[in-house]
Design a protein. Structure first.
Length: 49
């Protein structure tokens, strides 16, 4: 029984960690996307001179 409780705790911790990672990227994605687009525009407009 003790082993099953440990596995349940590990499963809960894993789900919480995955949720935290998804939440972080959900909040940060607009600024990451904006940064990528800005860098892409800078590279695209480079004339090579």
């Amino acid at each position: 029984m003790k082993a099953a409780t440990g596995e349940l705790n590990l499963t809960v911790i894993t789900l919480i960690a995955i949720g935290a990672i998804i939440g972080f990227f959900w909040i940060m994605w607009p600024s990451i996307k904006n940064s990528i687009n800005t860098q892409w525009d800078n590279i695209s407009s480079y004339s090579g001179k």
